[in-house]
Design a protein around this ligand. Structure first.
Ligand SMILES: Nc1nc2c(c(=O)[nH]1)N=C([C@H](O)[C@H](O)COP(=O)(O)OP(=O)(O)OP(=O)(O)O)CN2
Length: 162
């Protein structure tokens, strides 16, 4: 694509990576003999940063891929009203029933995946793709990538299926 634009967002949210198991998985052999804790099983929060990059081969009559305002508009309700200051919880998390019962009055953002940065990036990609499709813009405007910064040092990027 000839042109790409990026809009940044931020939101505060809590989560727990209930699937974290540092003794298993692809990276386990990279460790020494120490037995690590799985710190992300704990409930904790992040000041998330989000980078949304979309692109097009052509510019519109205003010399833009799309106005940043419209990218903000597409994501405003999701980010500002639904996710910001929520606790992101996977409905498959074994603690979910307890959470729903005891803390259902708090702002829970209920998802169907373990809320890693990778999975949140994919979720936001698919949300925005649906918005673009509903607006009939998908032919013209492609999502290049969605990047979720979980900490100052850790980010994940999702680029879609292609
Ligand atoms: N591939 C992924 N690994 C981890 C994720 C993730 O989303 N994708 N998430 C976590 C935790 O949520 C954790 O809070 C962040 O972990 P980490 O980057 O290790 O955090 P630190 O603050 O300890 O980072 P330092 O740079 O060492 O201070 C874990 N892993």
């Amino acid at each position: 694509m000839r042109y790409e634009i990026t809009k940044k967002f931020k939101f505060e949210a809590g989560h727990r990576v209930w699937k974290q198991n540092l003794m298993a998985g692809k990276g386990a052999k990279l460790m020494g003999n120490e037995i690590p804790p799985n710190p992300c099983l704990n409930i904790h929060g992040h000041s998330y940063k989000l980078e949304v990059t979309v692109g097009s081969d052509t510019l519109n009559e205003q010399e833009m891929v799309i106005d940043f305002y419209h990218i903000k508009a597409a994501l405003k309700d999701l980010i500002d009203n639904q996710i910001d200051h929520s606790f992101i919880i996977d409905k498959n998390d074994p603690l979910y029933p307890k959470f729903k019962e005891d803390f259902g009055f708090l702002k829970l953002f209920i998802v169907d995946f373990c809320p890693t940065a990778e999975a949140i990036a994919k979720f936001i990609y698919e949300f925005l793709e649906k918005k673009l499709e509903e607006a009939g813009l998908l032919e013209d405007i492609k999502i290049v990538s969605i990047t979720v910064w979980e900490t100052e040092t850790g980010k994940a990027t999702y680029k879609g299926e292609k």
